[in-house]
Design a protein around this ligand. Sequence first.
Ligand code: PMP
Length: 547
Amino acid sequence: MNFDPETFKRYFPLFSQAENRGLVYLDNAATAQKPLAVIDAVRDFYLHSNANTHRSSHRLARRATEMVEGTRRKAADFLNAASAREVIFTRGATEALNLLAYSLCSRLQPGDEILLSTAEHHANIVPWQMAAQRGDLVLRYVPDTAGIPQFDRLEESLSERTRIVSLTGGSNALGLCPDLENIARQLRGRALFWIVDGAQLAAHETVDVRRIGCDFLVCSAHKFYGPSGIGLLWGREGLLEAMPPWQGGGEMIVEVDLYSSNYAGLPHRFEAGTSPLAAIAGLGAALDFLAAQDRAAMAAHEQKLLQQLHREFAALPGLRLYSQPQHNLGILAFAPERGSPADLAHWLDEKDIAVRVGHHCAQPLLRAAGWTATVRASLAAYNTESDLVALVDAVREFLTLEESAAPVGAERRADDLSALQLERLASQRSWQDRYRELMRWGKAIGPKPEIRRPQNLVRGCESEAWLVHWMEGARHRFALDSDSRVVKGLGALLLSQADGGTAAEIRALELEALFAELGLARHLSQSRSNGFYALLRQVMSSVEGAG
Ligand code: PMP
């Protein structure tokens, strides 16, 4: 195998910055780091070629136009498109899907059907919901088992009215990638449009749209080492030609009259306005960079790490593993049996291991599977064996701490804050009196040695503070401890409002405004105020992390 991850990692200058030397970056499904060539291309564009494309007739404009059209040709090669006319630049996969939902659905009849799956990113659900509402269309879903789509049973959800099938090429929550050949077989001969959401797929495998046999494919450059703000929509030329444009404006027209306009041909008719030119320059560099790599070897390296991670995680007691090692683009999804996923992610962050926690923009999947939130570690080719060792060791340590901690429930001891009256605090005339009252509130927060553990530490507080969160039915409960009386007082203020609330109630609280209204923002030192905001952030992220 012709691939050395350590050498590869050296292309990415973020990792050699002093503050990032110890970083273990496992949030690649959200966005990948950028090689120097991409960073340089963005900078060089502004240094040497900055001008708007097409319209102007000067040297720089020609240069910028050549760069854009050159990148389009590279993108066509990247996807093995039949022609560069089939490649539309968008802001990303999300914008490409919105374009398709708008443009394709504008020609559908009420009652026509769109088929999706439970494993779609919100970007491949919400635009279709909006289009369905506009045009009285019907959304259907591939059969699923406990949330996991059964793509081999896709035909069961097809009908005479199915016009659009828009499915993931790889799920960002689980890594799960469907067998595209099998999907192609089930869709063959039907009069419908097949869209592949290739946002994750393009980051890990070579994409050949002609071999896949789909009608459209979307992806985002930032997932495959390119800059953010630029993505690709590929579509069969004949289909794109027949579609009405999405956004109107400059660049997408040939002639504009007062009451009507003639639209430009492909690809420009779908690119209204000034394109993100520097991002396109960066995309060109990312495509050159990838073309120079042994992509099969990169994928094999990622798969080796993925299999190893699944093996090691499967053997960790106290851990739930949600992802499967087979047909997986590079994602490990898990949660601790005890303690919350947010606590585990927080613990990993303390060790400079970047993972993601929450619903991963795949709420329908998590809901159908019955999970509230998962921790996601996602791989790129610059990840190394030592990254895995760091992750496995840190997770094991967390689980051991949880195991040896007080029995379940012992940590769950909230203070009774019912005697604290906001009116009384607010009615204190002078700042001194109000401060004294706040100190008195702090006394309501009793000592809780059982929660003073690293994973409960609230970052951003000048004085140490520990916060735990749990659910009682739909209500969020919190317990706090700190050595500082001021922090306890501020915590009591916060929890007197938030503790025991539902997610919607807590979201509706205007706690920052309350903090300002009470004069706290004005009178307290910056570091004390920061402590309050840190506690508030932790409360809100616990609420969001719980799903
Ligand atoms: N689809 C999938 C599978 C994704 O992972 C993402 C990004 N997380 C998107 C669509 C949307 O991509 P973007 O935010 O770059 O538009």
